[in-house]
Design a protein around this ligand. Structure first.
Ligand SMILES: Cc1ncc(COP(=O)(O)O)c(C=O)c1O
Length: 501
């Protein structure tokens, strides 16, 4: 496949200005190196001299001179009216010594095939860890029971569009310019206010770092607080996004069992007393759905204080609780500033929003804001502003209330359908909150085969085994009830139950 013209522009921007040689020669070397490295593929089109000159801040004449030498050396061809292209048949890799512009050798080095390491060979050791496909790689987002799928057809789109349009009309300098790496002030204070009131989080707006996703928050935490080989306690089973973030940082993961009280802190402290961090989902354990008891929460905080370790509280889908009272966030019980709290709007609102938040202890605000800036600057300000308006005008709390009622009805439909169609074979896990329930299947079930067969019927079942470091206690699948109507849920459960046998 050919590269798009101008696609690798950022690579051109790395032109080295400090080696004292003429600019055209450095431009020549840079482009030639990219061709030899395979970053510019044979036959691909180069940007125009004008755009390239702009990107590397030199004159067009300089780029013209570099192109002339590259053409003379056979690296590129220029076609009047259609542009400049990397030569389809390359002169081959240079053997020894540099051949600068204008210094043609009478004897060309023997043409070698341009061999570019491919697949995993091309990757760094960190890249090899990161490039592994996650459990979402095979997910069909439209399929019934698709994991972590909110209901999109019930989202108040006209209202959102009105707020976005109003913001658009009032786009002043503040929204066009650079934004604080920690986020837009309006949104940070709306988040702090909401979390204090609704989740018992104790924080000021200054402790809020706006990010694009839970995933970015976890990645940031891993970069700022974790060294390679550090031990990290994770729940067994654990959210795959969390294990990936810590594994990518080179950490050693220590899975700690989860029972009906949540993470077994005593067990964790026994097998990893010097862990640097513990990742937990106390409100609604992902994926099992249990709520961590107050006794366990206090034990975890006490361990963190003793071990000088961090706790990362992922409060994912805590907004949706259907029975009993939700326990307030663990962060609110923390007297020693050991907890980093993570929440996301990407499921409560809609996945394409890309807004989430991280609440850090006061003395970590500057390190995290600076790290966020190095990572990718800041989160797009326009969406932050619309979200802030949505919250400030009371729509967010109202939206959660409405979605909770809708999901409650769907949760009830799922439980009733399982009881009706498969009550003798499927045991449901805790269903007090969230957007899915684990369905535990008969021991003889071949989950891989079941998943394949339901996929042919436009349904998606996630194997609970993907979240376990060891084997799950028995076969099980995640049944998402949030994104399907009660009628579709009933049909889906009936179809799955026929396949379970
Ligand atoms: C435990 C948990 N945290 C976070 C997320 C997602 O958050 P985000 O989309 O903001 O990365 C999910 C699922 O998508 C999840 O299961």
């Amino acid at each position: 496949m050919k590269q798009r013209a101008g696609a690798p522009v950022s690579l051109f921007a790395e032109l080295d200005r400090d080696d004292g040689s003429p600019l055209y020669r450095r431009a020549y070397r840079r482009i030639r190196e990219m061709i030899l490295r395979g970053a510019l593929l044979p036959g691909s089109r180069l940007p125009s001299t004008r755009s390239l000159a702009g990107d590397i801040a030199v004159s067009r004449n300089t780029v013209e001179a570099a192109f002339a030498h590259l053409e003379a050396d056979g690296f590129i061809t220029r076609r009047v009216g259609s542009g400049t292209f990397v030569a389809a048949s390359l002169p081959g890799l240079l053997a020894g010594g540099e051949r600068g512009p204008g210094r043609k050798t009478s004897k060309r080095p023997k043409a070698t095939l341009l061999t570019r390491p491919s697949g995993n060979d091309a990757l760094s050791s960190r890249g090899r860890i990161m490039a592994v496909a996650g459990p979402s790689a095979d997910a069909d987002s439209d399929a019934t029971f698709g994991v972590c799928r909110p209901s999109l057809d019930t989202f108040p789109l006209p209202l959102w569009n009105r707020l976005a349009a109003r913001r658009g009309r009032r786009l002043g300098d503040t929204l066009l310019d650079e934004c604080d790496a920690a986020g837009l002030g309006d949104l940070r204070s709306a988040i702090a206010e909401y979390l204090n009131a609704a989740r018992g989080v104790r924080c000021s707006a200054g402790q809020v770092i706006v990010v694009t996703s839970t995933q970015q928050a976890l990645d940031l935490i891993a970069r700022v607080l974790i060294d390679a080989h550090d031990e990290i306690m994770v729940e067994e089973p654990c959210y795959a996004g969390a294990t990936a973030a810590f594994r990518n940082a080179g950490a050693r993961l220590v899975p700690v069992r989860v029972d009906e009280h949540g993470l077994d802190v005593e067990h964790g402290a026994g097998i990893s007393p010097t862990a640097r961090l513990c990742y937990v989902t106390p409100s609604h354990q992902f994926p099992l759905g249990v709520t961590m008891t107050l006794a366990r929460r206090l034990a975890l905080l006490a361990w963190a204080e003793r071990a000088r370790a961090w706790i990362v509280e992922d409060d994912y889908d805590s907004e949706f609780r259907y029975t009993g009272h939700p326990l307030a966030a663990l962060q609110g019980l923390d007297e020693h500033a050991r907890v980093l709290y993570v929440g996301t709007f990407n499921k409560v609102m809609f996945p394409a929003l890309r807004l989430a938040y991280l609440i850090v202890p006061l003395d970590l605000v500057d390190p995290f804001s600076n790290a966020r800036e190095w990572l990718d600057g800041f989160t797009a300000a326009g969406m932050q502003a619309v979200m802030a308006d949505f919250m400030r005008r009371g729509h967010f709390v109202q939206h959660i209330r409405r979605m909770r009622a809708i999901y409650h009805e769907r949760r009830d439909a799922l439980c009733a359908a399982v009881e009706r169609h498969a009550g003798d074979r499927v045991r449901l896990g805790p269903a007090d909150g969230g957007m899915h329930v684990v369905g535990w299947l008969p021991r003889r079930t071949d989950v891989t085969q079941l998943r394949r067969r339901v996929a042919q019927r436009d349904m998606y079942l996630r194997d609970v085994a993907v979240y376990y470091a060891s084997r799950p206690p028995q076969p099980g699948v995640l049944l998402n009830f949030a994104s399907a109507t009660p009628a579709a849920i009933d049909r889906g459960v009936a179809a799955v139950s026929r396949l379970i046998g």
